[in-house]
Design a protein around this ligand. Sequence first.
Ligand code: NAP
Length: 249
Amino acid sequence: MNNTAKPAAIITGGSRGIGAATAIAFAENGYNVLINYQKNEAAAREVLEKCRLLGSDAHMFSADVSVFDEARALTDEAVSLFGAENISALVNNAGITRDTLMLRMSRESFDEVVNTNLGSTFNMCRTVSPIMFKNRGGSIINMSSAAALHGNAGQANYSASKAAVIGLTKSLAKELSGRGVTVNAVAPGFVETDMTAKLSDAVKEKAVEMISLGRFARPEEIASVVVFLASRDARYITGQVISVDGGLI
Ligand code: NAP
């Protein structure tokens, strides 16, 4: 089989958590994948191996996507691996938290979170959009958060960055709609990943009380929605924010 003719997906922050599950879900659904990571090469390699076992022509690429030139290098790598005409999905998933109350929040931690969560989304949309524009098709899925919609004490930097991702998503959806490119955001609630593993037991218990379904999501439960948004079945959905939060109140 000619793997290069398959659709290809770029997943930022694909080495762990939601991004790893998303890369695997794309591989399961017949995509070639480019797994981006920043530092954790071993974790990225594990995801790569799982994707290859599923028949995907999977590759990994280290880049700090909050830096424009590194994001461009990631996009260039995808083009040289798969061909521009096959770039079908971009998932802007890389993200960080630096939680603390506003009373103590440093300007540096604000900038770091905004640069990573929002800046990387801009960088990747800026470098991949022209390709999808030319292809007259493709899907961009940006990872937002329930924190963007509801706010969260200790997360002013994070909530602001994820709310801005929604604004970017809705504007870009309007810019690209004429070319058949869809742009949507997914807003997960609490998901079992390294990001939430650092929360205290008390915070986790309080969080579970607010979730109608009474538990955190598994990363695969977010990934399946991302893959759906990239599928033909979702071709009439654009500019939307899909909450996947177990009924968070
Ligand atoms: P995670 O387990 O902490 O994994 C973060 C991933 O992002 C890793 O693959 C990491 O790479 C990568 N990354 C971080 N900074 C990067 C950078 N500058 N350049 C490239 N890659 C970078 O996170 P997660 O919980 O899966 O979250 C994934 C996304 O979902 C994030 O945008 C997060 O804000 C969002 N989200 C998560 C939750 C939740 O409850 N977990 C809820 C709502 C939204 P390395 O492995 O190389 O470090």
